[in-house]
Ligand binder design. Sequence first.
Ligand code: SF4
Length: 309
Amino acid sequence: MIEAKRLKKYFPVERGFFRRKTGEVKAVDGVDLFIGKGKTLGLVGESGCGKTTLGKLLLGLLEPDSGEIIKEKGLKTNIVFQDPFGSLNPRMRVEQIVTEGLKIEKRIEHLKRSAERLMDTVELPRKSLAKYPHQFSGGERQRISIARAIATKPNFIVCDEPVSSLDVSIRVQILTLLVNLQKEFGLSYLFIAHDLGAVRHMSSTVAVMYLGKIVEYGPKEEIYKRPLHPYTKSLLLSAPTPYPKAKKEKVLLKGDVPSAVNPPEGCRFHTRCPYAFEVCPINEPLLMQYSTNHFCACHLHQPKSNKNI
Ligand code: SF4
């Protein structure tokens, strides 16, 4: 349905009165991925690793510097933002918010009925349409955001940390709603999160991102049961797992995430990796295949093939 090949997006860092370019933030640096119809790719990584930029590239909200995005013909896209408080216009009533996209597409017949159906779909009372965003809780606002996202019947939605600002009890409800909508409408999602628990609940395939690069990619079960990359292992240490018998390797990271401006040479993770050896700061590991659809970029492992995602 949607595929990215060698996608790159760098942002210039400018300083001084003449705004001289002093460096580049390598937000997305040669990313490959594929999301099929009705599937969810979970994209996980720490803040600032380029997840949101990648989502915006797939939606066409940012132009890539290089690389290619191949979309199925007629693919319609939309986004659910992280912040249900900042992403809804406080001066608009819910009815205006959820029908705005329909008006832009000039589908103005039966607007009221469409808005009511959207409220039914996201399990909010129809009388919500007359209210303003400030009259709702965080979870209810995120339901309004989801109603707005599905109003124009998209095939692909980028969910950019849609539950990370919500209470734990509300998170499950929103995730369940997203799963139900996917089943009902055959939606494909890019589900961005730093919480591996939410990613596990949502995704069929998981991609782990570190400083602009995908370092591990594979089916959910493989990533959670048999992680290969030391960074993935460290993320999993802090996440709840449905595989209690799976042996968890204690990977304790050194220091903080380095700056995405001029990131480390060789393996970008080598400044924090407890397994780094001589070759790691010199040669950049490529994303290689280790088992069926399981890819990893680390010199510790012997690849099965150099087939790409
Ligand atoms: Fe660690 Fe080296 Fe593997 Fe990078 S390539 S993750 S530094 S062992």
